[in-house]
Design a protein around this ligand. Structure first.
Ligand code: HEM
Length: 139
């Protein structure tokens, strides 16, 4: 009986070791080159969407690219510090509504599709960015 329970214990440890993935979302993406590609594609998507582009009038795009890359890297478990302003501070006064927020997320999805990010991984990226939503809507 003792042997049986020991065997069961060992097999369950083995199973959990196999099913646990130690790779961060950042690593699964392929690190900095892929994050840069996503952000570059995202800027192109924004430039081609008059509704969202209107929000960026007067914005510093170079800074946006740098800070958004940092933030995606940081939130996906990469080795970056986010050195930008808080999401609430940045987006305050923009009056972003749910429709335009969703529209922006669609642009990010287009950017990830064009960077060949597999859909399950896209969902993980969206999941780590989702908490920013409540920090910026209707501010
Ligand atoms: C997935 C959600 C979003 C994330 C993670 C995000 C992240 C960021 C980051 C990191 C910055 C740069 C912060 C800094 O300069 O310190 C930024 C700036 C900006 N974001 Fe967002 N953002 C999101 C959604 C949106 C939406 C929905 C809009 C408008 C429809 C928007 C409009 C802007 C604009 C216009 C700036 C530039 C502000 C400026 O330079 O004056 N963002 N965002």
């Amino acid at each position: 009986m003792k042997i049986l329970s020991t065997l069961l214990l060992l097999s369950s440890i083995g199973l959990s070791a196999c099913t646990t993935t130690s790779q961060s979302v950042y690593e699964q993406l392929g690190g900095a080159p892929k994050v840069d590609q996503i952000v570059e594609n995202f800027v192109v998507e924004i430039e081609n969407d008059p509704v969202i582009l209107a929000y960026f009038e007067g914005a510093n795009i170079d800074r946006f690219v740098e800070k958004l890359s940092e933030q995606i890297c940081h939130r996906t478990g990469g080795p970056c510090e986010y050195t930008g302003d808080s999401m609430a501070q940045v987006h305050a006064g923009m009056n972003i509504n749910q429709r335009d927020f969703n529209r922006t997320v669609d642009l990010l999805i287009n950017a990830m599709n064009k960077a060949d990010v597999p859909h399950p991984l896209q969902n993980q990226v969206l999941k780590v960015l989702a908490p920013t939503r409540d920090e910026m809507l209707y501010l």
